[in-house]
Design a protein around this ligand. Structure first.
Ligand code: SF4
Length: 375
């Protein structure tokens, strides 16, 4: 079936379905405020609605306007994001708010193309904001929509591949053009919002990755994957790649009930968050023999007090094993590492209560929680 023969029914079916059965009561719906829509779109990237709800409300409570967010301290922003993952989103969010205030007088640009030039706003997110808030007929293509298109049009290949993505953007545009062509201009803003939301809802609630509910789907009649009994084969998975494993020691110097942490560099994993001092290990050193640990500690000016349980964390591109080790760091001792005596906004002591106010990656939070709550 050629793409254009599916285009109009697809848009209209999605709108009809969204009006009757789509989601209408999410806290970021029923508003055309670009600050709220933008915040929700960034939080929802790679993250389920259920995980976002609490974060969204707390974030808006503390930073009710783009000006409040632009003025905020980066630690406060990271603390409100901690646990949501993909922390570059939070750093970009903050940078974007500052730019909207400093370069655009506190008003988000109204065109998808200009929105897409702001930090952290990709093409699909820019289109969603422009469609919801400013009535621009810009098509979206997020992960959920890619899955729906891969199935409806039986598109072969991994959607992250350039060739496949390009084909999908063309289909997204074809569907949008058909919608604009067949909708009276006065009805267009509502139709656009309904279509954009409907595509998102369809991918999130019916055309899900594992258990698509085709019998309830408004696109069942035109869905080629369904007609070919290939729903579970599409979209094609990402070509497999071996995931490397890395190993580190997390040094946890303690002084009374305080622990020494450093701020991670802005670039790289957990950028800008607070974390224990880290030492990379050779894979051959894992599991780490006690004598080797002692000599590593000594070389850093530490004395090992207690070894905690290793913790694993899976990133998209590698797996990280961490060995948290509590070390002695009494001030005035001969072996006191010099860097522990100078505090700054990059490295300092934290009490258990202070840990609640700064951004910590979820696995580090667990390690510190165990540490602080073990006598
Ligand atoms: S019919 Fe099934 S596979 Fe096709 S779009 Fe609908 S839910 Fe997805």
């Amino acid at each position: 079936m050629r793409a254009h023969s599916v285009a109009l029914p697809l848009a209209q079916q999605v709108i009809d379905w969204q009006s009757r059965l789509g989601r209408h009561d999410l806290p970021w719906q029923n508003t055309r405020d670009p600050y709220r829509v933008w915040l929700s779109e960034i939080m929802l990237q790679q993250t389920q609605v259920s995980a976002v709800l609490g974060y969204y409300q707390r974030f808006l409570h503390t930073f009710p306007t783009v000006q409040d967010l632009a003025r905020a301290d980066s630690d406060a922003v990271m603390a409100h994001w901690a646990g949501l993952g993909y922390y570059s989103r939070a750093r970009n969010l903050h940078a974007c708010a500052k730019l909207v205030v400093s370069e655009h007088g506190g008003e988000f640009p109204r065109q998808a193309e200009r929105l897409g030039q702001l930090p952290g706003i990709g093409r699909s997110t820019a289109a969603a904001i422009a469609a919801f808030c400013f009535g621009e007929p810009a098509p979206i293509l997020d992960g959920n929509v890619k899955r729906v298109f891969a199935r409806v049009y039986a598109i072969e290949g991994w959607p992250g591949e350039g060739r496949v993505e390009k084909q999908m953007w063309q289909l997204a545009q074809t569907n949008m053009d058909a919608l604009v062509e067949h909708t009276p201009s006065e009805a267009l803003p509502d139709a656009l919002a309904s279509y954009t939301q409907g595509l998102m809802d369809l991918g999130a609630t019916l055309c899900t990755r594992r258990k698509p509910m085709c019998e309830a789907c408004p696109l069942a009649a035109v869905c080629q994957a369904r007609a070919q009994s290939r729903v579970h084969d599409l979209p094609s998975p990402k070509p497999a790649k071996a995931v490397p494993t890395r190993h580190v020691v997390l040094w946890l110097p303690m002084q009374g009930h305080a622990v020494w942490l450093t701020r991670r560099p802005a670039q790289g994993i957990w950028g800008g968050l607070w974390s224990p001092l880290e030492q990379a290990l050779d894979s051959a050193d894992w599991p780490l023999p006690a004598a080797r640990l002692e000599s590593l500690a000594q070389a850093s000016g530490f004395t090992v007090q207690r070894v905690l349980q290793p913790v694993a964390h899976a990133f998209s591109h590698y797996k990280l094993w961490m060995l948290p080790v509590v070390v002695d760091a009494r001030t005035g001792e001969v072996n006191e590492p010099p860097e522990l005596s100078t505090t700054s906004d990059q490295a300092r002591w934290f009490s258990a209560a202070q840990l609640d106010d700064v951004g910590l990656a979820a696995p580090i939070k667990l390690v510190l929680h165990d540490l602080m709550n073990t006598p």
